[in-house]
Each structure stands twice: as C-alpha cells, then as structure tokens.
Write a protein that binds this ligand. Structure first.
Ligand code: AMP
Length: 288
C-alpha cells in the first residue's frame, strides 16, 4: 500500500493509473475504520484495478458546537486495516492541504438538504459536496463507494455527479450492523455503556415502521408517531424521525414508491443516525 499526503502526489498518481487504462475505485472516509468502511473497500476491490481510500476529517462539514475535536481518530490502526483490506493507495491529507487558502468557491447544495441531517446540521452538505469535489478531482475515480447508512449523503452525491456531469459511477453499499442491529459507526465508541445498550432502539424503531407498512399503513404520520414512541424510551434526544421519498427527499401524504424512513438521536457524546429504504409495493427481497 502506498500512502500519500499531498494533493499534488495523489493527483499525479491517480492520473498515471488512468492513463495506463486502470480503473480506480475510490472510498472516501473520515477514518477510525470499522467493518462498514471495509465493506465499501471489499466492493471497490472486486470492481476495480486500483482502490484508493482517503482518510480526512473534514472541518468544513462540522458546524460550531459539533464533534470535530471529539471525532475519534487512530491513523496507525487505520493504516493496518486499510492495507489488510486491500487498499492500494491511502490518501491522508492534513486540513491545510485540502484548504490551502481562503476558499474562492464552495459547492452549495440546493436540493435534498432542507430535511433530515441537512436541516439540523446547517452547511453540513455544502462541506461534504465541496470536499468531495476536491477529492474526486484529486483521485480521478471510475467509481465511488458510499454507505447507505448516510442515505442523504448518497442522494446529495447523486445530485452532485449528475448536475456537474462528473463521469463517475456512484455505488451505494448496504449498511453493516452489529449483531443487535446497531449500525456500525465510528461514533459508537462515544456512547456510554448504558447508551450502547439503548442504541439498538434506532434500528428496532425503523423495523417497526417497515412492519407497519407491510401491514398496509400508508399514512406517514401514524408511522412516525410509533417510531417516536419507541425512540422516546431511550435516554437520547430525538433529532428527527421522518419519512420521505427517496432519493428526492420530498414530503409525502400517502406513502408509495421508494421511500426512506430515517432517524437521528442525540446521546450525550454521540449523535446516531440510521435509516431503511422501503419499496412500496413491497418487493420480495425487502428485509422486513
Ligand atoms: P465516514 O468515515 O463516517 O465518513 O464514512 C465513510 C463511508 O463509510 C461513508 O460512505 C459511510 O456511509 C460509510 N459507512 C459508514 N458506516 C457504515 C456502515 N455501518 N455500513 C456501510 N457503510 C458505512
């Protein structure tokens, strides 16, 4: 595995691979790697000649008072996991490398951001879209891999690639979970022991929502109410429990087509998010 730190080096390396006709699968992360990240790498490994991973905790996507400083970091361990997972090139820039001067241009996401995490984290998706535009220009990817755990991010990246005619294929990857259903996340280490035991409630609530749909419920408010009741049993504060069309993230009065049920709960030191996508009418492979 090669590790590079500078924009110039990664760009040169990636361009050379593409010139030689190699395909590049790119997995952007903020590090503190877990099996969720590695499932993206595994898929990228299968589909491409070269796998590039970035590890960059992007200051621009954290708001004031959010957990930028408390975000867990362990580059030594990440290096080992990345290499074992089959990453060819690890890009680990510092913040000063990615933001070398005061920005002259940032990417402003106009749609799919007035709900869910976009509503509670102002400017978050501008930060995500800006850093991804930089990273895509540096890594020349054939395909990019994103986890459906961050389904709103997938919807935003889909818009970014389409609107800016970026010749990159977006590959969404299913959420990896712990045995008790909790979505794997770097932030899970910031849960206290009692919060950790409550945290599976997020996925249980989502499953209850899906169950109601399977039983014929099509009124989003009725489903949201039941999800909230389940989440209120935890010590966390509910940020949202919502249902929208996917990927457009528009409000629906009666549920139909492809929808997302998404929740976010703020625990003392960790904000957890989770979601499921349901196709109505339900297709047989839906995991309900
Ligand atoms: P992060 O380091 O949290 O920015 O995540 C980097 C990438 O890994 C994003 O595309 C995430 O959606 C994805 N990811 C994070 N957690 C999981 C998970 N439990 N299952 C699948 N993908 C994940």
């Amino acid at each position: 595995m090669i590790e590079v730190h500078t924009a110039k080096d990664i760009q040169k390396l990636a361009k050379n691979y593409r010139k030689k006709g190699k395909t590049i699968g790119f997995v952007p992360t903020m590090g503190f790697l877990h099996e969720g990240h590695m499932s993206l790498v595994k898929k990228a490994r299968k589909d491409n000649d070269i796998v590039v991973m970035s590890i960059f905790v992007n200051p621009m996507q954290f708001g004031p008072g959010e957990d930028y400083d408390a975000y867990p970091r362990d580059l030594e361990r990440d290096r080992t996991l990345a290499e074992e997972g089959g990453v060819d090139v690890l890009f680990t820039p510092g913040a000063e490398e990615m933001y070398q001067q005061e920005s002259t241009v940032i990417v402003n996401v106009k749609k799919r951001t007035d709900v869910l995490c976009g509503r509670s984290r102002e400017g978050h998706f501008d930060g995500v879209a800006t850093v991804l535009t930089k990273l895509f220009n540096l890594t020349s990817p054939t395909r990019v891999y994103f986890g459906m755990k961050d389904a709103q991010q997938v919807a935003v990246v889909d818009g970014l690639l389409n609107d800016f005619f970026m010749d990159i294929e977006l590959i969404p990857v299913d959420t990896m979970r712990e045995d008790d259903g909790l979505a794997k996340s770097s932030r899970n280490v910031n849960l206290s022991a009692s919060e950790r035991s409550e945290a599976p409630a997020l996925y249980q609530a989502l499953q209850q929502g899906a169950r109601l749909i399977r039983e014929g419920e099509r009124n989003p408010d009725a489903i949201k109410k039941e999800i909230r009741t389940l989440l209120e049993k935890t010590s966390g504060v509910i940020d949202y429990a919502d249902i929208y069309s996917y990927p457009d993230l528009e409000t629906m009065e009666t549920l139909s087509g492809k929808i997302i049920i998404a929740v976010a709960v703020q625990f003392s030191k960790a904000r957890l998010i989770d979601n499921i996508i349901v196709n109505i009418p339900l297709d047989q492979k839906e995991d309900l």
